[in-house]
Design a protein around this ligand. Structure first.
Ligand code: 4HQ
Length: 222
């Protein structure tokens, strides 16, 4: 799967070179192409933003730089263009699964007060928010989106963990334990040491249900 990211801060995406996503990139299971919008400034000072028409605080990203950066992306006829924004539909696991079926995502990250509306209207297919709070830019939301979607690509993580995890079955996960058997005087639940797979499965199902009711009753209602 291919991700193109339009951003003024490509170095922020170094965070995706570690751990599972870093390995997925090395194995070419996913490809993340970072496009620095500043490279498309026509200004001798590499200016990419300007003051807002109508006045007010902050700076707005210029539409021509964003558009030229977008136009530099090749083979984008079948790509879906996403703008990370608090105005978008809130990201959930269902949306993640839907996006994982795409072959090519182009993700636009705004910084400062945002991007001139005209280029958003021209190139964006869908706006997505990662939650109702205000961030300084769309880069961290873009990384949240890439991380959650990339996991669904074959070989990135093992298939069983996707099936078992929280939200996939609409519930939170059962608690996990590892060695030692006794930690600070607290024993691991006996059933997990029994080797009785049916009983273990039943216990985990019941724990998942109990914990979901306790912590996120809204999920069990769904
Ligand atoms: N921003 N979910 C402002 C967000 C955000 C969010 C991104 C801040 C866009 C211009 N994006 N910029 N929440 O707060 O996606």
């Amino acid at each position: 799967m291919n991700f193109d990211v339009l951003t003024l801060f490509p170095e922020m995406f170094d965070a995706l070179n570690s751990s599972i996503i870093g390995r997925a990139k090395e194995k070419n299971l996913i490809n993340i192409n970072l496009i620095n919008i500043r490279d498309f400034s026509k200004d001798k000072h590499k200016k990419v933003d300007d003051t807002p028409y109508g006045g007010g605080a902050g700076m707005v990203m210029k539409p021509d730089c964003v558009y030229d950066a977008f136009c530099s992306i090749e083979n984008k006829d079948n790509a879906k263009v996403i703008y990370m924004s608090p105005q978008g539909k809130k990201l959930d696991q269902k949306k993640v699964e839907e996006l994982a079926n795409e072959e090519h995502l182009i993700i636009l990250c705004g910084h400062y007060e945002g991007i001139d509306q005209r280029v958003i209207d021209k190139i964006v297919d869908e706006e997505i928010s990662i939650g109702d709070y205000v961030l300084t830019g769309g880069e961290i939301p873009a990384m949240v989106l890439i991380d959650s979607v990339a996991r669904y690509n074959d070989g990135v993580i093992d298939r069983e963990s996707i099936k078992e995890e929280s939200f996939a079955n609409g519930m939170l996960e059962y608690p996990q334990y590892t060695r030692p058997e006794v930690f600070e005087g607290v024993r691991v639940p006996e059933v997990l040491l029994s080797g009785h797979h049916e009983n273990i499965e039943k216990w985990r199902r019941e724990e998942a249900f109990r914990i979901t009711n306790l912590k996120r009753p809204d999920l069990n209602k769904k």
